[in-house]
Design a protein around this ligand. Sequence first.
Ligand code: AMP
Ligand code: GLY
Length: 407
Amino acid sequence: MNILLLGSGGREHALAWKLRQSPSLRGTLYAAPGNPGIAEEAELVALDVTDHGAVIAFCQARAIGLVVIGPEAPLVDGLSDALRAAGVPVFGPSKAAAQLEGSKGFTKDLCARAGIPTAGYVRTASLEDARAALARFAAPYVLKADGLAAGKGVVIAETLADAEAALADMFGGSFGAAGAEVVIEEFMVGEEASFFALTDGTAILPFGSAQDHKRVGDGDVGPNTGGMGAYSPAPVLTQALQAEVIEKIIRPTIASMADAGTPYSGVLFAGLMLTAEGPKLIEYNARFGDPECQVLMMRFEGDLAAVMLACATGTLAPGQPMGWNPETALTVVMAAEGYPGTPEKGGAVALGESEADGAKVFHAGTALQDGALVANGGRVLNVTATGANVTEAQAKAYAAVDKIDFA
Ligand code: AMP
Ligand code: GLY
């Protein structure tokens, strides 16, 4: 089977690395657009993922047996629907099912209908409605642009005045069309953790847990980012809590999507708050997390291509045995100066002997300039290692970071 992987970040490098080790690949792994790290695992091709016809033509010409879609934008844009209509198996949900990530209001309404534990909420479609709705909540106010906003569409306002100002910004277009609707939520208190499940629309296969680190600076300081590091598993998500999450959150979600005639397939990434009343859903993503995927792939020992194909073709066996390294995996994101604002590009990157002691360096934002590796984005490298526990994995990851020469 030939496989086409779409995306260009550290998440996709980790997926490429693991797909490459899959016994059921038995063909060529293509990636578009990829990056220099992915190029070590796959044949890079130039494809415009917004041109669905071009992607389909490529798949037909190269006998692609599975397309793996890494990021959310092509999912919300309906690429998987176009491919499925053309008979190409796809790992990733349909446009209708990807609304679980693409519309916060859609997900909150589904939770309300299915009795899924989550924060109380109101959907608002105008500044006037939103300001009036604030009276039903107490500080801190949680305000969310409804649509995709590259992880930046959530504001937690400490005072009513800050909340009103943030609402004015959102309805004023600071998040573009994503802010045409705003969800206002109750503030939840607890520890956050992420849980991943694979599904073919019916069967559910738990696929591990992780916790990420959102602020840019060491010591949990500075602005929020897409994620500066992660580890897996999340010790706080015990077996008992995972079982509760599956029964109270994941299973009713998959069942509701199927009942609505829009079955969800692919990976469902649940952001959870572990509150005093039990786990509650913060949000869903319709794809793997970045950098959570890197630590999951570091631990996963099964045949990734086979299990993704089973999700794509409705043949996932829920009890399918899959190997996981019981150790903890931890990844440290090395970012360019300026991130999460405007990162500096073009700085030389020398990986040296960073992988000598079992660490793995995933490329997130690199490019080749005259044959030399340079920084080409905010998050540049994901330096990943395993250890007996978080502390040991962290020490190994930082030991590898120290061998990398990158300003
Ligand atoms: P989201 O993009 O929905 O995951 O939200 C981003 C971050 O905002 C989450 O990771 C939480 O830290 C925080 N957050 C979102 N919703 C809530 C909530 N209802 N209560 C408390 N914190 C929240
Ligand atoms: N690291 C969080 C995300 O991928 O959404």
